[in-house]
Each structure stands twice: as structure tokens, then as C-alpha cells.
Design a protein. Structure first.
Length: 135
């Protein structure tokens, strides 16, 4: 990877952390600003399997409080002449309510979009989240 690619990957990893930090601090506006208007969440553990931005935000902020989280970033690839990025990561979260009192683990594939290629315009467009909890 070039220095520029590593710098952009580090920025997107920081944005991923900032997104979860916004949820943890109950900052709905900051969270919403980082998520693309056409966002879709695909998740095998949710009733509707595929939900949009407003549904996702309402679920996160109205039903749960994020207590702790941790990312392990595995890979970041850039596509479409740098206008799209795919990040593969493992995300561990602990929320309340939480009836098992255990962290939940997810393998996430995130697609970030930046059609104008400006550093401050990255938006999360898609998250495919697979549960790694096999209990």
C-alpha cells in the first residue's frame, strides 16, 4: 500500500470508531451525519434482515445504550477511483439492556462512499453484519 492509501485507511478506521463513539455518547446527530442517506444494514439477526438509515438509528438510540465497543480492522480496500472503500472488521459491543451480560461479536463488511473524493465527506453506505455469537 502507498502512504496515501494507508492514510485514507486510517481515516476510515477512525470514522468507524467515531461512529460507534457517537452512539456510545448518545449523539444521534453526529451519528446520523456519518451515515449516508441511502444507507442499508443487512443483518442476519434482525427481524427484517435489511433496514434503512432511519430504522437503524431508531433501533440503536431508542432501544439500546452502548456501554463499550472494540474494533479489530482486518482489511481496507479502495474502489471506483477512490470514491468507495470496503472495510472488513470485527466489532465487539456491550449494550444495555443485555440479558446475557456478555459482549456481542460481529464480522462487519462496511462500504463507505465519497463521490467527491473530499476527506471530510465519507459516509457509511452499507453494513453487512454477521453475528459471531454461537451460543
Amino acid at each position: 500500500q502507498t502512504i496515501d492509501t494507508r492514510k485514507k485507511a486510517a481515516l476510515l478506521q477512525k470514522l468507524s470508531v467515531d461512529l460507534m463513539a457517537a452512539w456510545k455518547s448518545a449523539d444521534r446527530d453526529a451519528f446520523s451525519q456519518m451515515v449516508h442517506e441511502d444507507f442499508v444494514l443487512v443483518n442476519d439477526t434482525m427481524k427484517n434482515y435489511c433496514i434503512d438509515k432511519s430504522q437503524w438509528i431508531n433501533i440503536l438510540f431508542d432501544k439500546f445504550q452502548l456501554v463499550t465497543f472494540n474494533y479489530d480492522f482486518y482489511r481496507t480496500n479502495f474502489h471506483c477511483d477512490g470514491k468507495m472503500a470496503i472495510i472488513i472488521s470485527q466489532l465487539s459491543i456491550h449494550t444495555t439492556p443485555n440479558y446475557s451480560n456478555a459482549h456481542r461479536f460481529y464480522l462487519n463488511t462496511d462500504v463507505w462512499s465519497n463521490p467527491n473524493k473530499k476527506e471530510d465527506e465519507w459516509k457509511l453506505l452499507l453494513r453487512k453484519s454477521a453475528s459471531l455469537n454461537f451460543t
